[in-house]
Design a protein around this ligand. Sequence first.
Ligand SMILES: [Zn+2]
Length: 243
Amino acid sequence: MLKRIIAPFSFSRVFREEIKSGDNFAIWSSTSQRRFCSAVSGSCWKCGQKLAENQFSLQCPACQSLRKFGGEDVNYFKIFGAKETYRIDLSKLSMEMKILQKNLHPDLFSLKTKEEQELSESLSSLVNKAYSTLQNPIERAQYMLERRGINSEMLETKMTTDVEFLMEVMELNERLDEIEDSKDWAEFRRENNEKILELNGKLEDAFEKENIDEAMLILAKMKYYGNLQDKLKKLQSRLGVVD
Ligand SMILES: [Zn+2]
């Protein structure tokens, strides 16, 4: 459901689709400059080439080796060439993911050194983690807040400051316990979905305005309604509701 509620937006950079199948790494390196990002400058671990500050690339431009990122700050959004916004085009994200998966495919590294094979594996898992985080609205928002120094504990504390919402939570929890048949269930789910949609729109606004205080509160609420959604799913089989 959540996948459908995210409206498209334009990527800040031209979306490159011209990568043909069978491209080798040398060709790919021309597009990889924007794919992998490190805010830290450094040198290539293999050939020593100085890597310019804010030059985001998966490979060293001189020797084409995969780069090592270590503990450097890798921005998930930039991996996919996307602007760091909450509103994100999920179909473009998925297309970018397919390109990255293709270019990090183990077959491409079967003749390389063990070190480079391991490097490609660790970059693959980084890409997978980035993808699963960004394609989930709650995780994406959480990630954006984390980058602004907000952790989940701070979110929970934030939620307790909204007395009206806490009252609503109590009411909804009671109502959930009282669901007896498929009619109650469907009504509750409809309302819950509407609420998530509404909050999603508000969250987009809050992030666009860089209103972090507001984004925290909205995300805390979205997480609560997301949990309710999970509980409703469990209840569905118990009540024998056909979707
Ligand atoms: Zn190099």
